[in-house]
Write a protein that binds this ligand. Structure first.
Ligand code: ZN
Length: 281
């Protein structure tokens, strides 16, 4: 009953306040001193939390990754592009960025996944450059997690990238990490599989639009150990072939590194539906 009486009194006060508002006087006073127990004026909603992007430059430390036609090491090229991408993403104020390795250090694949999960990343982008026995093969490609590989080359690539965990510490891994099947079940339940595929398609599309040469069938799938976070949409980007002299040269040129970073930044924007995504990168 007391509540009902209070409600009536409050409604009367509010009506009076609205009437005062209509006459242009006293509104601020009426709301400045709320009655004890009355509800507070709802605060403005907080600004959206900047998305947290995990950038994962491959290899590092004792693991140089792929070695170029002229000796360029993958680990150095990919961290340079990751740092440029971090700068570009943070410049707009819409993202926070962390790198799974800060410098030339060896970080196991599982640790990279664990760091992204602990930080509650909204997106995971693993950055690599590939090598091929045929030095004429060139172009970028994008990979998402699947249990069965889309083709033999993707399977071989996943085995090479997963081998990073066997280089230090004497761990022996097969071609495929054992948690891919269970991770995929969790990812499917949470929509992460579709989000990851959408991210990969967006990167392929944005690379194409920005003149980055692509491999045929540019989005492929395989069992990459580093893409096994059930909650985080993730893709692995091979930004070119260090075994190809032209790709190797491009990957070491600052201008090309900036172009790749710009295309990746535009891809992240497009993935989250940011307004800048509709501008040409
Ligand atoms: Zn790699």
């Amino acid at each position: 009953m007391a509540v009902a009486v209070f409600s009536l009194r409050r409604r009367a006060l509010l009506t009076a306040a609205i009437a005062l508002g209509a006459s242009g006087a006293g509104v601020r006073c009426a709301f400045a001193a709320p009655l004890p127990g009355s509800k507070k004026t709802p605060a403005a909603p907080p600004p959206p939390r900047p998305k947290l992007i995990a950038l994962d430059p491959g290899h590092g430390g004792q693991d140089p990754g792929a070695l170029g036609y002229n000796g360029t090491a993958e680990k150095g090229v990919v961290i340079a592009i990751a740092r440029e991408l971090k700068k570009q993403l943070e410049a707009g104020g819409h993202y926070r960025v962390f790198l799974t390795r800060g410098g030339d250090e060896y970080v196991p694949l599982r640790e990279r996944v664990a760091r992204a999960q602990a930080a509650k990343a909204d997106l995971f982008l693993s950055m690599h450059a590939d090598s091929h026995p045929d030095s004429s093969v060139r172009g970028a490609s994008v990979y998402t997690l699947s249990e069965g590989a889309s083709d033999r080359e993707a399977a071989a690539l996943a085995a090479r990238e997963n081998h990073a965990d066997a280089i230090v510490g004497g761990m022996h891994l097969g071609d495929k990490p054992d948690n891919v099947a269970s991770t995929l079940v969790a990812m499917t339940q949470r929509g992460t599989v579709n989000d990851s595929r959408r991210l990969a398609e967006t990167i392929v599309h944005t690379f194409g639009r920005n003149g980055v040469m692509l491999l045929p069938r540019s989005h492929r799938q395989a069992g990459f150990a580093v893409l096994t976070s059930p909650d985080i949409p993730a893709a692995l980007v091979e930004m070119g072939y260090l075994s190809n002299p032209q790709d190797e040269k491009l990957l070491t040129i600052k201008q090309h590194q900036m172009n790749l970073a710009r295309a990746l930044r535009a891809s992240v924007d497009a993935h989250f539906g940011a307004p800048s995504a509709i501008r040409k990168a």
